[in-house]
Structures are given as C-alpha cells and as structure tokens.
Write a protein of this length. Structure first.
Length: 309
C-alpha cells in the first residue's frame, strides 16, 4: 500500500467520504493534525516515504521534493501552484494536478464581501457599535462605481457577474482575452496600468510568478485614484505590503481587503494596526460547497495519477 500525505486541514471536513475512497484505492493516508500550515522543516520530516501528496499552501520546493524519493504525484487542493517547484516535479516525472474551478464561486463571493466591507466599513462600524458608540459613519458607495479586475479567469469572471448587479462599470485584464465573453458581459479590456489609473475598486485574481510578483508596488499605488479600494483574494506576493501600509496610513487608499499575504500569518506588526485593512486567513475558498468539491477533485486526481504512475 502506498502512503499519501494530506496537508490541508480542511480536507475531508465537508466530504469525509474522500478518506474511504483513498483507502479503497489502496492508499494509507497521513493527515496534518497540527492545526497549522506545515513549515519547510516539517514537510522535510513528513515526505520521506510518501508516493502522493495532497497539498494546500505548504512548501513543496526542490528541497522537499528531493527529500521524497518515492513521490509520484502531487494534487494541489486549490489552483495556485506557486508553492510547488513545478520544474523540479516535471524533471522527476511527478504528476501535478489542481482543483481548478472547484472554488471559483466561493472565492468570488468572498471577494465581493470584501469589496462591500471595505467600501462600507462594515468591520470598523461593527466594532464601534459593540462599544455602544452609535455615531453615524459616512462611507463609500459601491453601486455605479468602476471595478477593475486584474485576472479574468473563472474567479474574475464570477466577480464581474456579481458586479453587474451593482450597475458597475467593469474593466478587466487577461493575457488571453476572450472578446466574445467580454462583449456578452459588458466587460471592457484595460491594461493593469489603465486599471490602476481608472478604477475605484481593484481586485486581483492572478497566479504568483516572476511576472506578477509585486504587480501592485509603490508606483502602481501612486497612480491609483485617491481613495481607491484594493482587494486581493489570490496570492500573497502580488502586493508590496510595505507600500500598502504607507498608502493605507496616508489615506491614499481608502481601504484594502486581503485574504493572502506574502507570509501567513504576517510577521509585519504594522498590518495589524490598520483599521482600514480587513484581513483574511486565506479562507476565501473555505465554504462548505467549495471544500467538498476541492476534496473530491483532489482525492480523485491523486488516485488517477498514482494509478497511472
């Protein structure tokens, strides 16, 4: 029987049948019971005799892969693969799969929740009311504003559909542009630079790679409208967090909602001090429906790839 390491803590919580499916296919499942993301050192200690890994955002760099001589398949529980050394996996002939599409609706819902919460200051108003401070707070509108979507994949498209209900003008960027879809959904093509300059609200839906790292840097923020809102439910590393802190403190940005950080949890103490920053624990995809679908897909992907190895 082959051993499979499962690192995501939410794997199987809403679809426990996945463990039976893995065992029925002849695999022994080793689960992360520590309650947190594995560090590199922990991964090195866990992978030495595994043939398959179902991985969340835990590190799977070349050192970890090298420490797993029996490894034949990696199933990403999610879509982003920036924590996996794909070149190393390819060189070793290790199959890598993702659960693309499984969490798109959940992430889009959370994205729009952050947009609304940032613009209407829902979190800070709630905190104020809990101290019996009933003063009115004047906030920003969402209806009729210009939304900029950088990354018009499945999640970006779902966010655009939600924006239509708020009569928003939608600008979007995608390297492989789908003109037919854009026309049918009243989406206008714009470069990232144009989105930074024009949009009232900007939301990121990009993978993290050399081309996208710090795409929102100090220069990009300086080009944004005063009082713009920035949301990121994609990957930490897309935003220069030091530049973001400066912009939120100065009021250049009205608010930001981040579900992903370059380090999770962040060690930068300044992030925790900002009352116009809404922080998420990388949980945009953690809905009951999305977790069930991701669990099914990841389990079946690893079974398929190990059978074919």
């Amino acid at each position: 029987m082959s051993k499979i390491l499962v690192t995501p803590r939410s794997f199987g919580k809403t679809y426990p049948e996945a463990f039976a499916e893995l065992e029925a296919a002849g695999h022994i499942v080793v689960r992360n019971t520590g309650g947190s993301i594995f560090t590199k050192e922990q991964m090195l200690g866990q992978v030495r005799d595994v043939e398959g890994i179902i991985v969340g955002v835990d590190p799977l760099d070349s050192d970890v892969i090298a420490a797993a001589p029996a490894l034949k398949a990696i199933a990403k529980y999610g879509t982003g693969t920036d924590n996996i050394d794909l070149a190393c996996a390819r060189e070793r002939g290790i199959a890598v799969s993702t659960t693309a599409g499984a969490n798109a609706m959940a992430v889009a819902d959370y994205t729009f929740a952050l947009i609304l919460a940032c613009c209407r200051r829902v979190v800070s108003i709630d905190k104020q009311c809990h101290t019996r401070d009933w003063r009115k707070v004047v906030t920003q509108d969402v209806h009729g504003k210009t939304l900029g979507i950088i990354g018009l994949g499945a999640i970006g498209k779902a966010v655009a559909r939600r924006a239509s209900g708020f009569d928003m003008r939608v600008l979007a960027y995608r390297r492989k542009w789908d003109e037919d879809y854009a026309k049918a959904n009243n989406i206008e093509f714009a470069s990232p630079a144009e989105i930074f300059r024009t949009a009232d609200i900007i939301t990121l839906h990009l993978p993290l790679n050399d081309a996208t790292r710090n795409i929102v840097d100090a220069e990009a923020i300086a080009s944004m409208k005063d009082g713009a809102v920035l949301v990121n439910t994609a990957r930490g590393g897309l935003i220069d967090e030091a530049a973001l802190v400066t912009a939120l403190r100065s009021g250049k940005l009205y608010a930001a909602g981040l579900d992903a950080f370059s380090e999770e949890p962040p060690s930068c103490s300044e992030l925790y001090e900002l009352d116009n920053l809404i922080m998420g624990s990388h949980c945009a995809a953690s809905s009951i429906g999305a977790s069930s679908e991701m669990t099914k897909m990841a389990a079946r992907n690893i079974i398929r790839d190990l059978q074919g190895a």
